[in-house]
Design a protein around this ligand. Structure first.
Ligand code: FAD
Length: 309
């Protein structure tokens, strides 16, 4: 049984990484796009692949629960926070070009990866220029936008499995589908991705990215914290249109609000708690189901524990 804030675990984690890479009782609202979430017992930011492997092995040996947090742009952490280790790979963020191949570590922001591709006149990742996730998070859910997705360009990946082994996988091994992969089922930690790009023209690539950025900025409430589109596209419908037609735009529970700018977004308008935000998600699902008979499936993950009363 894992003992919260165990001194022994703290010391071991610091030995594996370094003291500045392990934080105790770190508030996760600081690390999520929605600005929601209670404390992690241990927030760890390893700097090498070996450190990631060692942390996985420690969590197995000591039976410590373990959660992976990317850029926190596709998940909601509950107000009670997360027990055990929260691992963030933001310090593993190198991006390198090798001919027409682009190799990125999993903590790099996919926005920065698409900018790097632009700076080398490589085409294929324009669609990702406004997706605020990490490379690891983008592979996890086969992120996509405006007709493109990770599946189109991913060649291979390096991952750590649940036993702490390093594996080199082909893209096909990850079963990338619409907003999903087998990464959660397999329990893989993505460390690195290799993208196969094509030579292009700087001006053409930039024009596409500028156009997509304009579309995104004019349609999405990027001025507020949010988790992006809350729901997947239901077959035959658009989630945003169903929510709009249910007259839910502007609906508020506490500080959480269904965006007036884009009905598919729920924004943290004014110091919402995770509980309020999640209650609003349920309210939207129930209302749309009652009105149109359509079940809205969440795209965003909800993790962590409810607060202790
Ligand atoms: P997180 O939210 O931190 O985590 C999501 C899941 O990925 C978690 O289960 C986590 O454990 C897992 N994960 C994270 N890193 C790794 C890793 N290294 N290895 C294994 N698993 C990992 N998404 C789109 O697809 N298209 C869009 O156009 C889009 N637009 C958005 C706009 C806004 C304003 C926002 C806030 C979000 C948007 N998103 C979009 C959602 C989000 O950016 C993507 O899903 C992104 O890929 C999530 O990456 P992340 O690093 O933030 O993952």
């Amino acid at each position: 049984m894992f003992v919260i804030n165990d001194h022994h675990t703290f010391e071991q984690l610091k030995n594996i990484t370094s003291p500045e890479n392990v934080m105790k009782d770190e508030y996760l609202y600081k690390h999520t796009y929605t600005r929601l979430g209670g404390k992690a017992d241990f927030y760890v930011t390893p700097e090498t692949y070996e450190q990631v492997q060692a942390i996985v092995k420690l969590s197995i040996k000591e039976n410590i629960p373990f959660t992976l947090l990317g850029n926190g742009s596709n998940l909601i952490v509950k107000d009670g926070g997360i027990r055990g280790i929260v691992l963030n790979l933001g310090r593993l963020a190198d991006i390198n070009i090798d001919g027409t191949k682009l190799v990125a570590q999993s903590g790099a922001r996919i926005i920065d990866v698409s900018q790097k591709a632009l700076s080398h006149s490589l085409t294929g990742l324009e669609f990702a220029c406004g997706i605020p996730g990490s490379v690891g998070g983008a592979l996890f859910m086969n992120a996509g936008a405006y007709g493109g997705e990770i599946k189109d360009v991913l060649e291979s990946a390096i991952v750590v499995d649940t036993k702490g082994n390093l594996l080199h996988l082909a893209a096909d091994d990850l079963d990338l589908e619409y907003r999903s992969s087998n990464i959660p089922d397999k329990g893989y930690i993505v460390l690195e991705a290799r993208f196969s790009m094509k030579p292009g023209t700087y001006e053409d690539i930039k024009a596409v990215m500028d156009d997509l950025t304009f579309k995104r900025e004019s349609k999405q409430p990027l001025e507020y914290p949010s988790c992006g589109s809350v729901f997947k596209r239901p077959p035959g419908y658009f989630a945003g249109k169903l929510i709009q037609d249910s007259k839910l735009q502007g609906k508020q529970i506490g500080g959480a609000q269904v965006s007036l700018k884009h009905a598919g977004f729920i924004i943290n308008l004014d110091g919402a708690s995770a509980t309020e935000y999640i209650n609003l998600i349920h309210f939207v699902q129930d209302t749309v189901k009652a009105k149109f008979g359509v079940s809205l499936e969440r795209e965003v993950k909800i993790i962590g524990e409810d607060p202790v009363e």
